[in-house]
Write a protein that binds this ligand. Structure first.
Ligand code: FAD
Length: 255
C-alpha cells in the first residue's frame, strides 16, 4: 500500500493559482487538519503546498501511539481531547483509522522513575483518567513476554491506544479538497517574499500571492520561517522506527 496513489489523485494537476487567501506549507497531519478545520469554518480559499507526497514526513512514519499519560496537565488534557477525536474520526471523516484502545504500560527501572510515575499518576487521576500504578505480577499477566527481574514498578492506563496514521492524512486531505481547498504535492516552497500586507510564495510550479501563511512544515519549519527572517528555536532530532514483516498483534498495551 502506498500513499503515492492517493496523493496523486487528491493533488491538483492545474497550475498554482495566482492568488489565494491562505497558503499552508506542509501536507502532514498538522497542515491537513488545519486545512480541514479552516474549511469547516468557511475559510475554503486555501492552497496546501507539499514538497513531496502526503506521508513523506513524520506523519507517515510514526508509531501511531495515542497516549494520555503525560507529565503536565496541558498535555494530558490535550491528549484526552485527541482520544475523543480518534474515536469520532471514522464517523466524521469517513475513513477507518483502526484506533484500538489497548492501553499504555510504562515501566520503571530506577527509583527516580518510580517517583515520576507516581507523580504523573496523581496528575492524570485529577484529569479524570483511570491511570494507576500496577504490581509487576499484574503487568506480567497483561504482557506475558515481559521480563520483570530488573523492574521496580509499572503504571498503566487502559484508555490509551494506537492507530494506523495514514488514514488520518487521507481523511483530512479528502475532506479539505472536497470542501474547496487545493492540494499541490511534489511542490517545494523555495522562497517567500513579503509584500505590502501580503506574501509571495515561490515554488518551481509558480508563485502564489496570499494574505496568510501557515507554517506546518514540521521538522523543516525553521527553514520556512527563515525565508521570512524569523528564527524558530527548534531543531529536528532523529527518531528511529523499525518496520518488521507483517505480524499478528501480540501485545495488548503499548509497552
Ligand atoms: C519514528 C517516529 C515515531 C513517532 N511516533 C509517534 C507516536 O507514536 N505518537 C505520536 O503522537 N507521534 C509520534 N511521532 C510524532 C508525529 O509523527 C509528529 O509529531 C507528526 O507527524 C508531525 O506532523 P507534522 O504535520 O507537523 O509534520 P510532518 O508530517 O513531518 O509534515 C511536514 C511536511 O512538510 C513538508 N515540507 C517540508 N519542507 C517543505 C517545503 N519547503 N515546501 C513544502 N513542503 C515542505 C514535508 O515534506 C512534510 O510532508 C513520531 C515521529 C517519528 C519520527
Amino acid at each position: 500500500m502506498s500513499l503515492g496513489h492517493k496523493s496523486r489523485r487528491l493533488s491538483s494537476n492545474e497550475a498554482l493559482p495566482a492568488s489565494t487567501q491562505t497558503v499552508i506549507i506542509g501536507g502532514g497531519v498538522i497542515g491537513l487538519s488545519i486545512a480541514y478545520n479552516l474549511c469547516l469554518r468557511g475559510y475554503t480559499d486555501i492552497v496546501i503546498i507539499e514538497a513531496e507526497y502526503l506521508a513523506f514526513g513524520a506523519s507517515g512514519r510514526n508509531g501511531g501511539g495515542v497516549r494520555q499519560q503525560w507529565g503536565t496537565e496541558l498535555n494530558t488534557r490535550l491528549m484526552q481531547e485527541s482520544v475523543e477525536l480518534c474515536n469520532r474520526f471514522a464517523h466524521e471523516l469517513g475513513v477507518n483509522v483502526w484506533f484500538r484502545q489497548g492501553g499504555y504500560l510504562f515501566l520503571a527501572r530506577e527509583e527516580k522513575q518510580v517517583a515520576r510515575l507516581e507523580h504523573t499518576v496523581e496528575l492524570q487521576k485529577r484529569c479524570g483518567l483511570p491511570t494507576r500504578m500496577m504490581r509487576l505480577s499484574e503487568a506480567k499477566e497483561l504482557v506475558p513476554q515481559l521480563e520483570t527481574r530488573e523492574l521496580l514498578a509499572a503504571c498503566y492506563n487502559p484508555t490509551d491506544g494506537i492507530l494506523f496514521p495514514w488514514p488520518f492524512l487521507w481523511g483530512y486531505a479528502e475532506k479539505a479538497v472536497s470542501l474547496g481547498a487545493k492540494l499541490f504535492t511534489q511542490t517545494p516552497v523555495t522562497n517567500i517574499e513579503r509584500g505590502a500586507g501580503d506574501f509571495l510564495v515561490h515554488t518551481p510550479r509558480g508563485t502564489v500571492q496570499c494574505n496568510r501563511i501557515i507554517n506546518a512544515a514540521g521538522a523543516w519549519s525553521p527553514r520556512i520561517a527563515a525565508m521570512l527572517g524569523v528564527e524558530i528555536p527548534t531543531y529536528p532530532v532523529r527518531h528511529e522506527i523499525c518496520s518488521s514483516e507483517p505480524l499478528k498483534p501480540f501485545l495488548t498495551p503499548m509497552v
